[in-house]
Ligand binder design. Structure first.
Ligand SMILES: [Fe+2]
Ligand SMILES: [Fe+2]
Length: 215
């Protein structure tokens, strides 16, 4: 066990969840109804499919903003920095998804096209437009929804590690390990690391609410 990651897990589990807004509540309730309340690998992949979407929406909006502002170089540069950050977060969520999917395939868990392919894509489609629309109305609304989503993900991953002490003894091996984090030795630490990433994503959204970079 990596000491720092265990400390981070304890920090998450010792802190309250955010008071989630109505949209986030509907999303989490809907996921519990469709996929069950239990934390499972499958349910996490659904979370990860949806998690990338706000960053895609913001990147898209920022690109349009750059088209209209490239004549003000300072402003355009700030927008471009924002685009780069959104891309990095998207990529980070992508590694989460690839690693989880690889784990599911290795374990030979049952497939359901409807539940694990089609439904998440539909939810992601709607979530993209909600994120985009909220951003157009007031970027803070979109960041707040994402902070709720990331806070939920952070807690779910850390709880999952607590519920499964056997993961402390399971070595972590993956085709994507070098791309993601070579220092991870157990599956428990992998999930702690993912949970910590979600906290960083949350904190980045909260920082933007406090001090919007542009708009
Ligand atoms: Fe993630
Ligand atoms: Fe995240």
């Amino acid at each position: 066990m990596t000491a720092d990651l265990a400390v981070e897990q304890a920090r998450t589990l010792g802190s309250p969840r955010r008071p989630y807004g109505p949209l986030a509540r509907v999303l989490f309730l809907g996921m519990d109804l469709v996929y069950g309340r239990a934390r499972t690998l499958r349910k996490f992949t659904v979370l990860e499919v949806i998690a990338r979407v706000p960053y895609q929406a913001w990147e898209q909006v920022a690109y349009v903003a750059m088209t209209h502002t490239y004549r003000k170089p300072d402003f355009a540069r700030r927008v471009f920095e924002f685009v780069k950050e959104s891309r990095m977060q998207q990529d980070n969520e992508q590694w989460h998804l690839l690693i989880l999917e690889e784990m599911i395939q290795k374990e030979g868990l049952p497939e359901s096209f409807l539940l694990y392919r089609l439904a998440p894509q539909l939810v992601a489609f709607f979530y993209y437009h909600v994120s985009w629309l909220l951003y157009a109305v007031d970027p803070k609304l979109s960041y707040a929804l994402n902070a709720d989503f990331e806070d939920h993900a952070e807690h779910e991953y850390m709880e999952f590690v607590r519920e499964h002490p056997e993961l402390e003894r399971r070595p972590f091996d993956s085709e994507f390990k070098a791309d993601y984090d070579e220092t991870l030795s157990t599956v428990a630490d992998l999930f702690r690391r993912i949970g910590l990433d979600e906290r960083h994503h949350k904190d980045e959204s909260l920082a933007r609410i406090a001090a919007p970079r542009f708009s």
